[in-house]
Design a protein around this ligand. Structure first.
Ligand SMILES: Cc1ncc(COP(=O)(O)O)c(C=O)c1O
Length: 455
């Protein structure tokens, strides 16, 4: 009997009901999975052939938006992930920089299960305690005075876009044409919804869906002169910038660049928005990436790691920005619900523990040096760069053969940039031994770059 259909047996689709299996209850298996997240998945979870089935079924029932790696992941603990056949992977992808505490962190699990059994969702028609607590903590540990919660990174940026436009209208009530335009940069990634997409530099992502939000000018990341000149024209509502670009290929801004943006925005009245959705919340070894530059934004957007794997986003703003936003201007049914906020409180508490950020810095530095020593001699390796545990290995060829070789050897890594950068964003709790293993697997996989890039 098909074990995949078996796992889908709660579907209301009549077709699915037809395939309803008679084997043991999958809910029982899931419980076992939680109770046994030891070194290897329990024997009864090792399902020969299940991965193949899942992949085939996916191709039939999901919209084809993802070019997935041929791996099905069914359980995890710490920095290890397992497929249904019991194969182990060392996770240096963290669900795209999300699982900061790894998989199954006991404090996070407790926060989620306790909250789930108390109160999961109430909407923003009512007050809820974890939401207010989380906002208080975020305000206490950042430049911000107030928080708006969303459900994802792209939505956090949509909120920032709307707040910026509203801010310009609010602060210039007599102006016929308040500033409505935006500046974004080469290699930027801000999301997939129509506003955030308009700020995302890759044309290939935007062009099938045009017209996206008008009024965005893309400038070269780091070009102080061009950016200052455009901001001085005073029709710019906000400048969106990632202090360290993730998807774009792990490019770090310079201090001079961010300082110049801050100065020009101050002079013109434009808002400065830092998108820290990927680089924020401890990944760089600083709580916020912009702390490394000593430059403060007007709005900072967050998402990925904030709730340790549950969907959340946030726009953190100054009081000056918040004053322009009124009741009814923006909102979301799910955002800031008790469950995700309690999960986020557990994440924040752990990242703020004394020594946690210092350990990220130390491990990041160690890993970068190790990678330079081990891989730097290979002719395909152009540069190893990054800060803390957001590291890029730029190659002179496509990184895909190396990603595949690593996966075949039990290591999960991502690409970035134009597909020529290996992106390493492990859980922040990773150990030095695990980083050493990752570096060894990467080293052993390098010959794949010659074989896989022959044409
Ligand atoms: C810097 C940055 N901004 C925005 C987003 C969009 O976040 P989400 O996928 O949660 O909508 C991402 C996602 O990769 C990102 O890296």
């Amino acid at each position: 009997m098909s074990s995949l259909l078996f796992s889908l047996n709660r579907s209301v689709s009549p077709a699915m009901q037809l395939h309803r299996p008679s084997g043991p209850d999958i809910r029982h298996l899931r419980l076992n999975a939680c109770a046994n997240v030891g070194l290897h998945p329990p024997e009864d979870l090792k399902k020969a052939g299940l991965s193949k089935e899942v992949m085939e079924e996916e191709g039939r029932v999901l919209v084809g938006t993802y070019a997935r790696a041929p791996v099905v992941l069914s359980s995890g603990k710490g920095c290890k992930l397992y497929d249904p056949e019991g194969r182990e992977y060392l996770d240096l992808s963290s669900g795209i920089a999300v699982n900061a505490l790894g998989h199954g962190d006991p404090d996070w699990v407790r926060a989620v299960t306790e909250q789930a059994s108390t109160l999961t969702h109430v909407s923003n028609v009512y007050y809820s305690i974890p939401q207010v607590e989380l906002a208080k903590r975020l305000v206490a540990c950042s430049f911000a005075d107030r928080v708006f919660f969303s459900n994802s990174g792209t939505e956090a940026n949509e909120a920032a876009i709307k707040f910026a436009r509203k801010f310009q209208r609010f602060t210039h009530p007599d102006k016929k044409q308040p500033a409505t335009e935006f500046i974004s940069f080469s290699n930027s990634f801000h999301g997939r919804t129509m506003g955030a997409l308009a700020l995302t530099s890759k044309e290939h992502y935007r062009s099938p869906f045009e017209p996206v939000m008008p009024g965005v000018t893309f400038l070269e990341y780091g070009n102080i002169e061009a950016t200052t000149q455009l901001i001085q024209r005073k029709n710019i509502a906000a400048v969106f910038v990632e202090p360290i670009q993730g998807e774009g290929g792990i490019h770090s801004a310079t201090k001079e660049f961010l300082c110049s943006l801050r100065r020009a925005c101050n002079d013109s009245g434009s808002l400065l928005v830092f998108d820290e959705i990927q680089c924020g919340l401890g990944r760089t070894g600083y709580l916020w990436a912009h702390e490394a530059y000593a430059v403060v934004p007007d709005i900072m957007t967050l998402a990925k790691p904030l709730a340790g794997g549950l969907p959340i986003g946030a726009a953190l703003v100054t009081e000056r920005v918040a004053t322009a936003v009124s009741s009814g201007d923006h909102g979301s049914t799910f955002a800031g619900g008790p469950l995700v906020c309690n999960a986020a409180l557990a994440v924040l508490q752990k990242i703020l523990r004394p020594g946690f950020l210092a350990s990220v810095s130390k491990k990041g530095q160690y890993f970068k040096e190790l990678l330079i020593i081990k891989l730097g001699g290979n002719s395909h390796v152009r540069e190893v760069r990054g800060l803390g545990l957001i590291i890029g290995i730029e190659l002179d060829v496509s990184a895909s053969p190396l990603v595949d070789a690593c996966r075949n050897s039990g290591l999960l890594v991502l690409t970035a940039g134009k597909g020529n950068v290996i992106r390493l964003v492990p859980p922040l709790i990773i150990t030095e031994q695990e980083l050493e293993r990752a570096a060894d697997i990467l080293l052993a996989g390098l010959p794949a770059l010659d074989k896989g890039n022959l044409n």
